[in-house]
Design a protein around this ligand. Structure first.
Ligand code: DAH
Length: 338
């Protein structure tokens, strides 16, 4: 049995050693040295049974006191070194708030949406309200109430996607925004000044000027004493606001729900310098039959209606020669309108 060490001195040396540990690894080495299984203290405490009975109590007490003092020093040093390690990790991680940020690219409205918003703005300025209608419509609203009864030739011309029902109660993708006229007139009495932009569908073969899905903006004015002059003036003002000074041509046409009916075209020059008329709207004076269908008195009220092609207007606006560009989602095209 080796002589019993001076436990006081042993604890002091160990604590000095621990306090000098420069990092967490060095501290762990110190712990093993002073408290590990092979340390002087551990061996002493493990062999107390071999001491003289008179010595056991004192050595046990002083040995344990030394161990607690060393443990406390270890804890203190550990907390300190850990704090320093965390501090330097934080420093290394520090964000430089003066660096330029990562720019998030801004999106932009689609050219058709831009045109729609401009159209709404112009009509709001003329005192019109903006209404909305469903793209899935009844055959009644899309055709019958618009003076296009079952069997009418115009009905078979506008083929679309039929969702449910038979000839009398069919449900379909609307072929025009005109059914919104019916919905509006069914909800309240005249006077009415409203536009209704939206998406419409037709069984059309895709080419540079046709798409099976496109956009219209419907207009309806019903009041006492409205005449064709009001229709023409409204359209002329609207086109002038939207497209600037251009020649506008109004020629006779046929639509089942207006009488008389016209086609509206504007002069436009394509990118190759060719000038031509481009049809942008159908319009006319509301047919008295339509008023009768919604319960308006045709003897008292007159009105006009129009349906503009929004895609067409966007194309004129931006000299786009192919409608397909509007629907392909090609960023190289779309970014030009941002
Ligand atoms: N709905 C017609 C179409 O899609 C366009 C139209 C013509 C709308 C005359 C009208 C109108 O409101 O009065 O071809």
């Amino acid at each position: 049995m080796s002589p019993i060490p001076d436990l006081d001195a042993l604890a002091k040396d160990a604590i000095a050693d621990i306090t000098a540990a420069g990092d967490l690894d060095a501290l762990e080495n110190a712990r093993v040295r002073h408290l590990g299984r092979k340390s002087v203290l551990a061996e002493l405490l493990g062999s107390i049974g071999a001491l003289q009975p008179a010595e056991r109590g004192r050595v046990g007490k002083e040995g344990n006191a030394a161990r607690r003092a060393i443990e406390a020093a270890l804890d203190t040093r550990h907390a300190m070194l850990e704090g320093e390690a965390m501090g330097s990790a934080l420093l290394a991680d520090r964000a430089d708030v003066t660096l330029p940020g990562d720019a998030t690219p801004l999106g932009a409205l689609h050219p058709i949406t831009q045109v729609r918003l401009e159209v709404e703005e112009i009509f709001l300025g003329m005192g019109y309200a903006v209404a909305d209608g469903p793209e899935i419509e009844t055959g009644f609203n899309n055709f019958t109430a618009l003076n296009t009864p079952a069997g009418h030739p115009a009905r078979s011309e506008s083929d679309t996607f039929f969702i449910a029902g038979g000839e009398e109660d069919e449900v379909l993708l609307r072929t025009q925004t005109s059914p919104v006229q019916i919905r509006i007139m069914q909800t309240g009495p005249p006077p009415v000044y409203v536009i209704a932009p939206g998406t419409v569908y037709r069984r059309d073969d895709v080419d540079a000027t046709h798409s099976p899905m496109f956009h219209q903006v419907e207009g309806l004015a019903v009041d006492e004493g409205l005449t064709f002059a009001n229709l023409k003036g409204t359209i002329a003002y609207f086109l002038q606001q939207l497209l600037g000074d251009r020649d506008v041509r109004v020629i006779p046409h046929f639509f089942p729900f207006t009488e008389p009916s016209v086609d509206v075209s504007v002069a436009w020059t394509d990118r190759h310098g060719r000038t031509d008329w481009l049809e942008v709207a159908g319009a006319g004076m509301v047919d008295p039959n339509v008023f009768a269908n919604v319960g308006y008195d045709p003897e008292r009220w007159t009105g006009f209606a129009f349906g503009f092609g929004l895609d067409r207007i966007a194309m004129i606006r931006h000299q786009i020669s192919d409608i397909r560009l509007l629907y392909e989602g090609d960023l190289r095209f779309l970014e030009q309108f941002a």
